[in-house]
Design a binder for this molecule. Structure first.
Ligand code: MN
Length: 240
């Protein structure tokens, strides 16, 4: 059996090819998997589980069909969809994981994270992250109507563009010190994350051992997946 990991699909109705590939993946390979882990930024944006957008409805239905076939699906928040909540989990049958989480992959302990918490050189982003992950801030946002939240998001993007930040936001790479700290904090030799859109397998030489950092790619032009079985992990692309 194989466990599958994906991240950074950035699903939105304006990029239909990504959604088509995701739906195909869910109804074929994922059906045969031992489990599917989605490590954040499944959606380009998420304004609340009550968003009636039919595009999201189709994606939720497809996830439900997969979990109904008894394939467990685990989801970790990304910086784009960090407000996904318990209603989404109940509708789809997925389980939301804390960031970071350690899992046992066929006898090997692996720390999973989205990856944005490792980008500590981006001080401005880390400030925004701390603010928007606070339960009080999320409660304040979710108390607004969905129409107000959509308007708020449009305004936030416009202000961001005015400050010269591009819409596709140049994502900083991880800070090596933050990577080593996370490995040591959890006492593991392997880390798997997304976020940076820089798919690779890195070897890190630590004082007492060598460690591995696997980075999933985004789905803009093709799919990116880690297939993990008793032989270990394989980072692979899925052509469209
Ligand atoms: Mn991200």
């Amino acid at each position: 059996m194989t466990t599958l990991f994906i991240s950074d699909l950035h699903l939105e109705s304006g990029r239909p090819a990504i959604g088509e590939q995701f739906l195909h993946f869910l109804s074929t390979e994922a059906r045969e998997a031992e489990a599917l882990y989605i490590l954040g930024d499944l959606f380009e944006a998420w304004l609340g589980d009550d968003d009636p957008n039919p595009y999201y409805g189709a994606m939720k239905s497809a996830l439900r069909e997969l979990t109904d076939t008894s394939v467990p699906v685990y989801f970790m928040h990304g910086n784009r969809d960090f407000i996904i909540g318990s209603d989404f989990a109940a509708e789809t049958g997925i389980e939301i994981l804390n960031d970071p989480t350690v899992v046992d992959m066929y006898g090997q302990n692996v720390v999973l994270c989205h990856g944005d918490s490792l980008c500590t050189d981006d001080v401005h982003y880390q400030q925004i992250r701390a603010m928007t992950r606070a339960p009080e801030w999320q409660a304040m946002i979710l108390a607004k109507s969905i129409e107000e939240r959509i308007a708020f998001a449009i305004q936030a993007r416009a202000e961001s563009a005015q400050r010269g930040e591009t819409m596709s936001d140049e994502i900083m790479d991880v800070n090596q010190g933050a990577v080593i700290q996370m490995l040591n904090d959890h006492g593991v030799d392997t880390m798997l994350h997304g976020h940076t859109h820089r798919p690779a397998v890195h070897t890190i030489e630590l004082a007492d051992r060598s460690a591995t950092r696997i980075v999933l790619g985004d789905w803009y032009e093709q799919g990116s997946v880690v297939r993990w079985d008793t032989n270990g992990p394989r980072l692979e692309t899925m052509p469209r």
